[in-house]
Design a protein. Sequence first.
Length: 218
Amino acid sequence: MSSQAREHILERLYKSAGSVAAPAPSTDWEPPVFTEKEKEERFVRLLETMKAEVVSVKKKELFTTLRRLLAEKNITRLAYGAGSKLAKQLEASWKQSKSTTGLVAVSGSAEAFRDELFSIEAGITSSLGGIADTGAIILWPDKHEPRLLSLVPPLHIVIVDKNQLFSSFSEAMAAQNWAGQMPTNALLVSGPSKTADIELILQFGVHGPKELLVLLTD
């Protein structure tokens, strides 16, 4: 087919389809506002729809539940950020009660631990909360909890506080004063890593963790 013939066909298709623009919205967009119950229900539902596992747990039972889940999943090593707020609680809990899962503290340069992380089954991080509108978890990686912790191990475990569930992303940014302390690397995670090939066959874990376990604390 010549270039001229192709252009002629495309021109006819364009004219037959018309060029009427979509009407402008009658009102300005407003972010959604949910009740506390609605936020939790929507957040959990959307995460589970995206194949994440969500476990609601009391804060005082957090590490007992974590050890049980790790044993059930046959996780032998769990990586965590050595200088994070989570670290002290995690280490103290492991000293008090025996676990079949060993702790691996990640400190210093994340690049130095990159190769070892590829041999560890799970990584655990804290979060800045969740967004009910999209079912997304807010991660704010830093030198204490580097991005590789939530990216490399096949299982990413993340702790989300129910009191830090927001209706929308804009509400979260305003409540946490992002404008005054903009992160260098903020992440929104809504499920395990997913991708599809040219035949639209969905694959998990190609570009990140194969599983996402959310511990929703109360």
